[in-house]
Ligand binder design. Structure first.
Ligand code: GLA
Length: 395
């Protein structure tokens, strides 16, 4: 079977502790875990103050850390098998991609001004990279929570998320929203998070275990956000808002506009379909949440399919491989719904599958993918997990 069953928290903690011991010859003082996420619905809405329904998953980035008496810092990335060593006095420039995140986080944290002692840190994770499962946000949150614990800084969970977003914007050049960081930091076990980014409101929504599974299928196309068309979408929706302000007096936000109002505007401009996605996706999030609470999974599945159509047609962030997977999933037994997930242009589809049919679904989608692309897809079954935590380390 081609299904990657995922790990649990205890294994991750043990692994990070053992690797730290091997590298630094002592135990870490604490281990900070931050999970990746899936997003059930509500895609490309966060940066415009829309609605989303993500959930953290049982895959994590762990930062194991222990203090040093000098002002030296050694950070090892286990996944890249690379290290950074410097003094807190140094003004280091990142050379490799992962260093942009790590040094970016250190820089935003240093603004707080707590840096008398150094530290040894080891970062290791099992969130698949470049798959749209928010490995970057998990890395940022894991490291920043770890630094906060180490230096006993007082930062709210929300503030930590905001600081991580700052790193994305200023160090990675990506004007993304807060979906990934909030999901990683604030999720509740066995729940999804209903997020209203406009009001800054978060409500856990219980995810019924037993009846359904969340199965993620990788398209094989690595998702590269920075410099991609993601930024175009941010610009296009901003342009849409400016146009709407001129045409519909009283508009100050995309959330003020109804679909009926939008459709009264005659224009071929691309911003109209981008805004249409924003409006209809928000409506789908509300209905999806309702269908989850009523255990109406058929309806939830239908909403995922229309979310995909909207992302494909109106928002144009899908790709041929993702479209193929969503089409194919609908022909496989046990699949209730399927859609592209995350930033798009590659990465994964999320599939809502009847629990007892997970095996059939995995076999079916593997066969179809193989026929089309002559290779095996990576398939994961994730469980909704709680958000980031710091564990004082015990042997
Ligand atoms: C990426 C970004 C998020 C969000 C999603 C799309 O994951 O980091 O902020 O915009 O894409 O929903």
């Amino acid at each position: 079977m081609n299904l990657e069953e995922t790990d649990n928290k205890e294994n991750m903690l043990q692994q990070a502790g053992a690797l730290f011991l091997r590298r630094f010859g002592r135990q870490p003082a604490h281990i900070s875990l931050a999970p990746g996420r899936i997003n059930l619905i509500g895609e490309h809405t966060d940066y415009n103050g829309g609605l989303s329904l993500p959930s953290a998953i049982n895959r994590w980035i762990a930062t194991a850390m222990a203090p040093r008496k000098d002002r030296m810092v050694i950070i090892r990335s286990e996944n890249f098998d690379q290290e950074l060593a410097f003094s807190l006095n140094d003004n280091l420039k990142p050379r490799r991609h992962w260093e942009k995140y790590v040094l970016g986080i250190l820089e935003v944290f240093a603004h707080i001004g707590n840096e008398d002692m150094g530290f040894d840190a080891l970062i290791v994770g099992n969130v698949p990279l470049g798959a749209g499962l928010s490995s970057s946000a998990a890395l940022e949150i894991s490291l920043l929570n770890s630094l906060q614990y180490h230096y006993q800084a007082e930062l709210t969970k929300m503030k930590v998320c905001k600081m991580c977003q700052t790193v994305e914007i200023y160090k990675l050049g990506l004007r993304s929203g807060l979906l990934d960081q909030w999901a990683s930091q604030l999720s509740h076990k066995e729940s999804a998070l209903f997020i209203d980014f406009f009001q800054g409101k978060i409500e856990p929504v219980a995810l019924p275990a037993g009846e359904i599974s969340w199965v993620v299928v990788h398209s094989g196309v690595e998702r590269k956000l920075a410099g991609s068309r993601y930024m175009d979408r941010v610009e296009e929706t901003l342009m849409g808002l400016n146009e709407l302000k001129l045409r519909l007096p009283g508009t100050s936000h995309l959330r003020d506009i109804s679909l009926e109002q939008l459709e009264t505007i005659r224009t071929q401009a691309v911003w109209k379909s981008r805004v249409r996605h924003f409006i209809t996706e928000n409506e789908r999030v509300i209905e999806f949440r309702k269908s989850l609470t009523q255990s109406d999974f058929r309806r939830a599945g239908e909403l995922m399919l229309s979310s995909h159509d909207s992302l494909k047609e109106d928002y144009q962030v899908s790709c041929a491989e993702l479209d193929f997977l969503v089409e194919a999933a609908q022909t496989v037994e046990g699949c209730l719904g399927s859609r592209m997930m995350g930033g798009g242009f590659g990465g994964c589809t999320l599939n809502l599958v009847q629990n007892e049919k997970t095996g059939e679904f995995t076999k079916g989608i593997t066969r179809l993918f193989q026929e089309k692309f002559s290779k095996n897809p990576k398939i994961f079954k994730f469980f909704p997990e709680s958000g980031a935590q710091v564990f004082p380390f015990q042997d």
